[in-house]
Design a protein around this ligand. Structure first.
Ligand code: HEC
Ligand code: HEC
Ligand code: HEC
Length: 421
């Protein structure tokens, strides 16, 4: 199959057509896509981009134990069966701001966009910084206009922190590259082991997640030369798809597209229904590759940590909670973990902190299944201070790696060509 032979997405065309039919709802869709202050369509590679005075519909709010735990905002009122904008957004930070606002109401919202997926509309999640309930949609729009004219408000917006790297791009490019990534993942049969976009088995760690998960560039470099991260995982390896043994063997440019796709598909609900049709049940990778790996496992060698780093880690009572399940370089090795408590998917925390985005780490600890629906990590019920403490440790570890004090030991997976009978 020629991977460059991709169909142009119909998304823009369809949306444009519908725009003509339904002008009011369309207006609501376009204001998010075209923020007043930038001509770019979509925030690519820049989580944290702020949007102001967005008119949205509070579709769902869940309160548990007197805490607002989930809020979902839509771009259309589902009571009218207006499904032309499938756009929706989940709220991360700022949930409590919705405490006194009832469901099924229009709201005027300021938020920073955190992750986004585009396909037949888009879905993402955002940190809400300000919200006000409106009696109806027209009032919302009017209030938003007035607010934007307020000089103090204009100054506040001008000084609002924005991410440094603004990569402008257009919707069509992103959609095309996503589609190409999807196709490559299908051709490479990653679903022989992984769950991706909510479909696939769970032999290997789930690749279905929300938000930006990894530091930029990590996924691509990992796919180029995968290494062992999970000491308790002794039956299966990640495969090197750039090896000539691989069928298909991926070129670097293709690996880049796959990495980009995995990073962008930062949402649990699978957007493309075509995608559900991949017959991954029939893939036979798992059994054969388990056999293969067991015949020649890659010995796990923990990273050597400097003494002062170990002292810092040992001083943290919060971190000690983690070490019942996770290893941490040679400060906590697999031999020191009580038998039966380490799940095969639990990575060495040193290697996890190396690759993971700091915000992901803290949000994940607050509520693991929210970010990774299939995760095997339990919710530990940490309080805010404990989460911050771990984030601080992760930051310190990243700095020490950057400065060369810690040299993470990457044990690369490699298969010799052989016949398996
Ligand atoms: C034969 C099973 C198998 C197949 C097929 C497979 N993987 Fe993996 N993958 C694994 C295993 C096992 C790990 C965990 C390795 C470890 O932690 O040491 C892994 C880890 C990963 C990770 C790192 C995740 C993390 O945060 O630790 C990524 C990314 C990944 N795989 C992507 C892919 C992609 C993309 C494909 C298809 C091109 C693919 N995998 C196909 C078994 C597989
Ligand atoms: C009958 C056993 C068998 C099955 C089934 C199988 N493989 Fe393999 N695979 C191998 C062997 C053996 C190798 C080692 C290289 C060789 O001899 O070609 C290998 C190598 C690979 C490599 C290259 C890895 C490297 O480091 O060289 C990839 C990628 C791969 N297989 C992916 C898959 C995927 C994806 C599936 C499921 C769709 C699968 N394999 C099913 C036996 C199998
Ligand atoms: C009861 C066992 C257990 C405890 C205790 C535990 N974890 Fe985990 N953790 C896991 C498992 C299992 C996974 C693998 C999740 C998956 O991929 O399904 C995991 C995954 C993670 C990940 C994501 C890694 C990745 O590569 O995706 C991070 C980060 C993490 N844990 C941090 C911590 C921290 C920090 C603590 C202590 C505050 C902790 N964990 C305590 C079992 C545990």
């Amino acid at each position: 199959m020629n991977i460059l032979d991709i169909n142009r997405p119909h998304f823009l065309k369809v949306v444009a057509l519908k725009f003509i039919i339904r002008s009011q709802i369309i207006f609501l869709c376009t204001i998010l896509l075209l923020p007043i202050d930038t001509p770019a369509l979509i925030s690519e590679g820049r989580p944290g981009n702020p949007y102001f005075d967005q008119v949205l519909f509070l579709q769902k709010k869940i309160i548990e134990n007197d805490k607002v735990v989930a809020v979902s905002l839509a771009f259309t009122d589902p009571r009218n069966n207006e499904d032309l904008c499938l756009n929706r957004m989940d709220v991360f930070d700022g949930l409590e701001k919705f405490r006194d606002i009832h469901e099924k109401q229009w709201v005027l919202v300021d938020f920073t966009l955190e992750s986004l997926i585009i396909a037949e509309g888009f879905a993402g999640d955002a940190d809400v910084t300000w919200v006000k309930a409106c009696p109806d949609v027209d009032t919302c729009i009017e209030w938003g206009k007035q607010r934007a004219l307020n000089p103090e408000e204009q100054e506040r917006r001008a000084n609002f922190p924005r991410p440094k790297a603004l990569v402008k791009s257009n919707l069509e490019d992103i959609t095309q590259r996503l589609e190409l990534g999807r196709k490559l993942v299908k051709v490479a049969r990653c679903r022989g082991c992984h769950n991706i976009e909510g479909s696939g088995p769970n032999y290997a760690p789930s690749l279905t997640w929300k938000r930006i998960k990894y530091d930029s560039g990590w996924v691509e470099s990992y796919l180029m030369s995968p290494y062992r991260m999970r000491p308790a995982m002794d039956n299966l390896m990640m495969l090197n798809y750039t090896s000539p043994n691989a069928m298909p063997s991926l070129q670097q440019e293709e690996v880049k597209v796959v990495a980009e796709y995995l990073e962008r598909v930062a949402i649990a609900s699978a957007p493309s229904s075509d995608w559900r049709r991949e017959l991954w049940d029939d893939y036979d990778c798992f059994d054969c590759h388990v056999k293969l790996y067991k015949s020649e496992p890659l010995v796990y060698q923990p990273t050597v940590l400097p003494e002062n780093t170990k002292d810092m880690l040992e001083a943290s009572s919060t971190l000690s909670l983690c070490l019942g399940c996770h290893t941490f370089g040679d400060m906590r090795t697999a031999e020191q973990i009580p038998a039966g408590t380490a799940h095969p998917f639990a990575p060495d925390l040193l290697l996890a902190f190396e690759k993971l985005n700091l915000n992901f780490i803290s949000k994940f600890l607050e509520d693991p299944t929210h970010l990774v629906p299939l995760t095997k990590m339990p919710n530990l019920g940490l309080n805010d201070d404990q989460v911050l403490e771990i984030k601080g440790i992760a930051k310190k570890i990243k700095e020490e790696i950057e400065e060369g004090q810690i040299k993470p030991n990457h044990m690369y997976y490699n298969l010799e060509k052989k016949n398996l009978k």
